[in-house]
Design a binder for this molecule. Structure first.
Ligand SMILES: [Zn+2]
Length: 217
């Protein structure tokens, strides 16, 4: 990404009451946009006292809590145990609702390689590769996620200074390069299961994620 960040504008905003499978409920203000650079239908969810948090930040106060969450159909919707996306999404919604802020739901499945390729990568992982090696074996980048549209949405909503709820240093660095000030990086909780331990370990080893795994590698 070079040059100025292309301008996006708010297209529609509607209230959506949310109810998660464990019974947690909250109401989101859901935003769609014009002008997102990749033409996909990304969403922003304003949670808790999000507008108060944005006003406070604009007046020089603490930044709103923000999580860009990349779509994971298998984990977010079906509760796949191969990754920690579903529990991370659930945790993020509640923590952001408590603090006031934004969840960005980014339509970049499988680290940006798409749903079918993600399943192909799972097959390679079952043959012994880690998640990053598998993507590379498919001729794709280890991580193709791009946060340009996330930055566009944040700027459109007036949130160009954020506390980033993420363990991923690349996410923070990309947003900084795109002109979003990451005032603070707030780690997410640990969502470890027998099925996702190898996946979480690969995130730590290969991409320097800040996750405290309770086993020695
Ligand atoms: Zn996932």
């Amino acid at each position: 990404m070079s040059g100025a960040l292309p301008v996006a504008t708010i297209r529609t905003e509607v209230p959506v009451p949310l109810r998660f499978p464990d019974g947690y409920t909250t109401t989101a203000r859901v935003f769609s946009f014009h002008g997102l650079v990749d033409g996909r239908e990304h969403l922003a969810f304003g949670l808790g006292d999000w507008s108060v948090a944005l006003d406070r930040a604009a007046g020089g106060g603490p930044p709103p809590l923000v999580r860009p969450h990349s779509e994971c159909l298998t984990g977010d919707v079906f509760g796949s145990q191969r990754c920690d996306c579903g529990p991370q999404l659930r945790e993020a919604v509640e923590r952001i609702a408590d603090a006031g802020g934004l969840l960005l739901y980014l339509r970049q499945e499988g680290r940006g390689i798409g749903l079918y390729a993600k399943l192909d990568a799972y097959a390679l992982q079952d043959a012994g590769m880690d998640t990053y090696e598998a993507n590379e074996a498919l001729g794709r980048g280890a991580d193709e996620r791009d946060y340009t549209v996330a930055a566009q949405m944040l700027v459109a909503l007036g949130a160009d200074r954020v506390a980033l709820l993420s363990n991923n240093p690349d996410k923070a660095e990309q947003l900084r390069r795109l002109g979003v000030e990451v005032a603070e990086r707030v780690p997410t909780g640990l969502h470890l299961s027998a099925a996702n331990a190898g996946y979480l370990a690969a995130k730590v080893d290969r991409a320097a994620h800040t996750i405290d795994l309770p086993f020695v590698r």
